[in-house]
Structure formats: C-alpha cells, structure tokens
Design a protein around this ligand. Structure first.
Ligand SMILES: Cc1ncc(COP(=O)(O)O)c(C=O)c1O
Length: 399
C-alpha cells in the first residue's frame, strides 16, 4: 500500500514489523484466527496440502506447544512410545471429548465408584441418558473385571483413576492394560494425582491418559485446562481432534501459557510435595485424635506395595480421619489458619478440605460413607512450603 493510511486505519491494522522471530520464552498467541499470505496459501492450508493454522478453535501454536510437552513427559523413557496430546478447556472436557470420540450409544464403560465426583456425575448425568452407560465396579479386583468383560461385550472401555480420592486407593495399571488388550477394549487412566513425573501409564500399555492440568501440572492455581494423551497419536488426531473442533472443547492460549510456566518446575515441585506429604502422614499417624491416615506412602496403606511398584513417589495428596465425627471435623477446620480452605488440589500451597461439609454436603451420608468419606474425614493437598509451618498449623488445630 503506497497511499498514507488514515489515523483510524493505523489504530486498527496489525503492525507486523519488529516481531522477533526467536523469542526465548513461548509466545502467547492471543489470536482467534491466522492470516494467509494470499488466496493460494489459504487454499493449500484449507485443503491440507500445506500445514498451517486457520482458526483458534482448531489449533493455536501456544496450545500445541504445551500439548506436545505433555506428550513428551508422558512418553519419557517409555520404550517405543510416541504419544500425542490434545489440550482441552478443562479436565472434564478432555474426558467428554475422549468418550464422544470413541464410544456410541449402546456401549458401556467399566469404571470405579471412587472417581473424582465430577467425572462420576458426567458419566451419570450426561453420558448415561445418551445411551453410554457407566458400570461401577472394583477396578482393584482383576477377577471381577475379567468376569464383567467376559459376560458383557457391550463394555468398550475401562476408565480408572489412580491414586483416587479420598482414600488414595490405587489400581494395578499393568492388569488394566493386559485385560484391556485381551478383551480389545479401550483403557483410560486419570493420572491427575500422580503426574507423569511419578507414574507413566503408557509403560503399562494404557491407551489414553487424562489430566486435569488445573492441578499439579500447572501447580500455581491460576489456569483451568485438561489434557488427553494417547498412545496412538494418529488415532487422536483422526478421532478426537474433530470432536474438539466441532464441540468447541479446545483450551484457550492464556491458560495454556500459564500451564507452560508451571510445567517447568513440575519435577522439583513433585519431589517436595512427596517429601512434605510423607512426613506429614507419619506425623499425623502419631496423633491421638487421628483415627486413620490415608497415604499410599505409609507402609500400612492397603495399596502401598502396588503404589511402590508403579509410582516413583506417592504424591502430595492425603486424607485423615478425626475421632469425634462432624463436630470435631468442623471445629478442626475453624482452627486452621496457615493452610488454605479451597476446593482444588495440586497447588504449591497447602489446601485443606472437609468433604462432609464442603464438596460432599449434598451427597447422602450413606452414599459418601460407602466411598470412605466419613464425617471426620479431612483431605489435604500438601504444598511445598516449609514443613514446620504446615505441621504446626495442623497440630495446633488438632490440639
Ligand atoms: C482426578 C480429577 N480428574 C478430573 C478433574 C476435572 O478437572 P477440571 O476441574 O480441570 O475440569 C478433577 C478435578 O478436580 C480431578 O480431581
């Protein structure tokens, strides 16, 4: 354009000079679409002849860079693994997009009762009325899994979470991988609590891995997103990417960029989460008013041996039961001052939750108790602060 641009046009137009080509840190591409150099390039990109970005809902360089980092982390040191990953708007949308892309009405998925509550609700309230039925079972019992797979050919997926809320129970990933192969069903593990630093489901031939990246992967409590990692990157692109594109379950670049910052310190944070949680679990066990501590790092946890076999560390989540039920649970929570009362997990600071009066307030007592959520149960997401500060807060509240 040779003619001098008007003032308003100068305001409106993008200036493309002065854009460095090699920024040290991942740029945040806050753009809803991508311009073509000319109509011919537009045609080539739309027809798939040339690789390129088109529209933010279909893909964005910031988001894809973060997704490829998560794929590398899940595949790290796993022989022969070249997984793919798609980032979604949340953990919940990653789960839904996976199921919409793989199952159809009439199919069933075999799962466990003690999943994250939102996942159970999604299965019951969104999938079941649309013909995809969840079958709740004990995924720690290989015989019962095999029996169900043998007797019901409409089961097409096994969906597990390990470790799982609130008792931090673990399931044997090797068994799940083997049974899924034997009966040709899809295997999925929610690896949110463990992260790929502590546990790599791909080692056990698991097909898909779910992350609420909102938790440990981000670690700083400032972004919501979800990741779906697939052993078969091509399948992911062919079957799940169209669901993301057409259901609009894509992540946004800002949340992805924040997640990218968090990922840089994942291993350091996880080491510290594990150390603090182990010390705290041991200290809590010695407290008179604590009836029981659930932490897979404790030798008396029912899944300690299994967790030791399939995890590098036991993560930062634990729960403990106070004697004195609801009354003691509430008065303990009122005394807490250093730890933060917040309904999430995996942040750098210690977060505490009393499920009976908070996250599970509307769930009938018998239903929540069946999952180990008693009136006196306290859930802790142990942070990376100085151990003495966390410990002191809990002991003064217990006293
Ligand atoms: C184990 C687990 N999976 C999935 C989710 C859902 O993730 P999001 O809240 O990012 O949608 C959560 C949320 O707490 C979770 O704890």
């Amino acid at each position: 354009m040779t003619q001098k641009m008007g003032f308003t046009s100068t305001c409106v137009r993008e200036i493309k000079e002065n854009r460095t080509t090699d920024p040290h840190i991942l740029p945040l591409y806050a753009t809803s679409s991508f311009a073509f150099t000319d109509i011919d390039q537009g045609i080539r990109i739309f027809s798939g002849e040339e690789q390129g970005h088109v529209y933010g809902r279909y893909g964005n360089p910031t988001i894809e860079t973060v997704a490829s980092k998560i794929a590398k982390l899940e595949g790290h040191d796993v022989e022969g693994a070249e997984p793919g990953c798609i980032l979604f708007s949340s953990g919940m949308s990653a789960i839904l997009s996976l199921i919409l892309g793989t199952l159809k009405s009439g199919d069933k998925l075999l799962t466990q009762a003690n999943l994250y509550g939102g996942t159970t609700e999604q299965f019951q309230k969104i999938l079941a009325p649309n013909g995809i039925k969840p079958v709740f079972s004990n995924l720690s019992d290989p015989e019962s899994i095999e029996l169900q797979l043998k007797s019901d050919s409409s089961i097409k997926m096994i969906y597990g979470e390990s470790p799982a809320n609130p008792t931090l129970s673990c399931i044997d990933l090797k068994n799940i991988g083997l049974l899924a192969k034997k009966y040709q069903v899809i295997s999925v593990i929610d690896n949110t609590f463990a992260t790929p630093y502590l546990q790599k489901p791909l080692q056990y031939d698991i097909d898909f891995i779910i992350h609420s990246t909102t938790k440990y992967l981000n670690g700083h409590g400032n972004s919501i997103a979800g990741a779906l990692v697939a052993k078969d990157a091509e399948f992911l692109q062919e079957r799940i990417w169209p669901v993301m594109k057409l259901a609009g379950t894509n992540a946004n670049p800002w949340d992805a960029w924040l997640l990218h910052n968090g990922l840089k310190t994942l291993s350091l944070r996880m080491d510290r989460h594990c150390q603090n949680a182990q010390k705290l679990a041991e200290a809590l066990q010695a407290e008179q008013s604590v009836v029981k501590v659930n932490y897979p790092g404790l030798v008396n946890h029912p899944d300690h041996a299994l967790a030791k076999k399939q995890m590098r560390g036991f993560s930062g989540m634990l729960s403990f039961e106070l004697s004195g039920g609801l009354q003691h649970g509430l008065s303990f929570m009122r005394k807490i001052s250093f730890c933060k009362l917040a309904p999430t997990l995996g942040d750098v600071d210690t977060l505490i939750l009393h499920p009976a009066s908070m996250s599970h307030l509307n769930i009938p007592r018998d239903v929540r108790e069946a999952q180990g959520i008693t009136d006196g149960l306290i859930r802790l997401s142990v942070g990376i602060e100085d151990f003495a500060d966390i410990h002191q807060d809990l002991t003064q509240a217990l006293a």
